[in-house]
Design a protein around this ligand. Sequence first.
Ligand code: SF4
Length: 334
Amino acid sequence: MKHLFGPVFSRRLGLSQGIDLLPPKTCNFNCIYCEINRAPQLSCERGEHVPTDIIIAEIDGLLEDEERVRDLDVFTITASGEPTLHTGIGRIIRHLKEKTDKPVAILTNGSQLHLKEVREDLSRADIVIPSLDAARPESFRKVNRPAECSADLDTIIKGIAQFSQEFTGEIWLEILLVENINDTIEDIAALKNAIERIRPTRVQLNTVARPPYESFAKPLTRKRMEEVKEEIEKGYAGHVDILAGSKETEVTDKGKGRNGSSEKISLESMESEIIEMVLRRPCTTLDIAGTLNLETERASQILQNLANRGDLIATIHGGKKYFRTPKGQKTENE
Ligand code: SF4
């Protein structure tokens, strides 16, 4: 499995080069809304799950392609799991900051920020996007299903708040709401208190926009999302955004992703890139067309062939057709 993916166009971050640090789905949570269609390898141990040198060599290979790098807006460190479980994350951020002038963003579930070494590792990033989906223990357990070894909710909130005090970059606190799970009046009141403690640069509200791991995880309506936004805005001076659509990637039209002609890429490479993308999250035809710079019709053809061979499955979510991997599918290096 490669550790660089995309670039993909993200409405909140722009053209984003993804860097994935972990084997799928190495995580200390098992969120009901997770977009990765497989059971987690639950772990709370920080370690070098993938040799840092391998990831840095891939980054250096990409940096040689000046044309491709020039148009990027951001490097985004994420994982098919929780990236702060990787002990090389600090070194990778420093490497990016030394070698490029592009901002570095980190997507994290926020559960490890009570650890001093994790806060230090993330300190050189420009934007950190921690999740906090619930501030009541019962809702936290229902939506995030933390591993037994995970820190408790109060420790997690304190850790995010402490990081927020120390960090000189921006903190965008993401809250993903699931209908009848973490969206009650009590949940929103508790989240407001947590926001007051954390004081993030902005709050980003999200819901189940792509096919979730558990089919019972349902999105909130737009109206309910607006109501929650209004409620949070009452006690918070920063920006509250509703993420329009997906948790991260929002390819809006062809050509926003990879630069240059896709003619140079063989069908086999395109198929393996598609599988790599879809292993991380379900994608629409437009997502794939945008990232690989393909005509929509061509992307659709390739996706359909992969589905016919059983490598992908098509599923409808929110009125859109997504392609995802069959449940539990493994990568070639597992
Ligand atoms: S959504 Fe993120 S934090 Fe939750 S299980 Fe999936 S990878 Fe882990």
